[in-house]
Design a protein around this ligand. Structure first.
Ligand code: GLA
Length: 381
């Protein structure tokens, strides 16, 4: 297949434009987004880069350069599935359903986001593609609408009932800050990330998490089941966001042990995230780190979305007096996020690498991340 630049030259068409769509980290607030709670994510300096231009036809020619794969389709071919192109199709479907019908494009993209590491490459793919089409065809949709389109693509075209955190972070992230996002009202507040002499380091367990596995949807269903039952006692409850720890205890006899543990984790995680935001504003890094550990053990023991490797990394971090550590993202592998005092960084990394290899017979990876701006166009000078 011809590369977009060649196609464009051949057609004498408009110059391609370049857009960047970052992955995300989340400091705290896990599995709270689809419960109407709070999260604290931001976009990072690992991203997709799209080179894209209208091609004057009705065909979308898309090239995933890292995979050396290409696909061509029209709006009549849109269908769900598990390929990268299905996410793009989902985005086009969302636009079309809003009366914004794009014509064909030539689009090539590549990414520096490690896949399956819990850094939301799929949300970045959908957010970046939606943003680019919105710009190219002057659709005039705002970023909130693009968040919805990206989320709908994951729901309808990839079959995973994700919350809004990942695409929201990719679209709204701001360099040097994290955001406290209220997933119910979809209003966010930027908080400067002042962590003193600490670094944020991700450790990739190299356990490929597959959110598409039904486990994520099962967790969501357990929360919905909890809400339904709690509402029989407290009719004002619409989501776990409305449930306080004491309400949950009153409703406990109505819930199965499993549903209770899932709800217990979420109710307390929403509370932790609110407290964490206050600690961050006061530059209380050690208080913040302690909450990250609490989150991890809640994810592991109550929500049961951790894995042996993540548990091992977090336990080891705590033994090495690392300020905060926890599994990040949907779970079942991917990365842990660590708040590491600079003076411990080198020794910690050395020991983790050696001991992780001894324990699991595979290497883990360390990623140092910078907090970067959300989806944007790269304007060439
Ligand atoms: C995945 C989902 C998000 C969120 C996290 C867990 O990343 O895409 O919506 O639910 O898991 O916090």
């Amino acid at each position: 297949m011809s590369r977009p630049e060649e196609l464009l030259t051949r057609r004498g068409d408009i110059k391609p434009r370049t857009f960047v769509a970052p992955g995300r980290i989340n400091l705290i607030g896990e599995h709270t987004d689809y419960n109407g709670g709070f999260v604290m994510p931001t976009s990072i300096d690992k991203h997709f880069t799209f080179t894209i231009s209208p091609n004057g036809t009705d065909t979308f020619h898309c090239i995933a350069s890292d995979l050396k794969e290409s696909k061509a389709f029209t709006i009549h071919d849109l269908k769900p599935g598990h390929g990268w192109h299905n996410y793009l199709m989902g985005v086009i479907d969302g636009l079309v359903r809003r009366g914004k019908v794009p014509s064909g494009v030539d689009c090539e993209f590549g990414s520096t986001i490690p896949v399956g590491a819990g850094l939301s490459s799929s949300a970045a793919l959908c957010s970046g593609f939606g943003f680019a089409l919105n710009e190219l065809f002057h659709f005039g949709l705002d970023r909130h609408e693009l968040v919805k389109i990206a989320q709908e693509s994951e729901h309808k075209f990839a079959g995973v009932k994700v919350g809004i955190m990942d695409m929201y972070a990719s679209l709204f992230g701001k360099e040097g800050t994290v955001m406290k996002l209220d997933c119910r009202s979809q209003v966010h507040e930027y908080l400067p990330l002042q962590v003193g002499d600490h670094e944020i380091i991700l450790i990739d367990t190299k356990v490929k998490h597959t959110l598409a596995s039904s486990a994520y949807n099962d967790r969501r269903a357990a929360c919905e089941e909890g809400v339904k039952l709690i509402r029989t006692k407290f009719e004002e409850v619409d989501a776990l966001r409305d449930v306080t720890p004491s309400m949950l205890e009153v409703a406990k006899p109505l819930l199965s042990d499993e549903v209770y543990r899932r709800c217990h984790y979420v109710v307390h995680e929403i509370d932790r995230t609110t407290r964490a935001a206050e600690l961050l504003k006061r530059n209380d890094v050690s208080g913040f780190g302690a909450l990250m550990y609490e989150t991890h053990w809640g994810l592991s023991k109550e929500y049961e979305v951790s894995c042996e490797e993540s548990d091992w990394l977090v336990k080891f971090a705590s033994e090495m007096k690392i300020t905060g550590a926890r599994q990040m993202g949907g779970g079942f592998g991917g990365c842990t996020i660590n708040l590491i005092p600079q003076h411990l960084r080198a020794e910690f990394e050395k020991q983790v690498r050696e001991k992780y290899f001894t324990a699991f017979k595979k290497e883990c990876d360390f990623y140092s991340v910078k907090l970067a701006d959300g989806v944007h166009e790269v304007v060439r000078q």
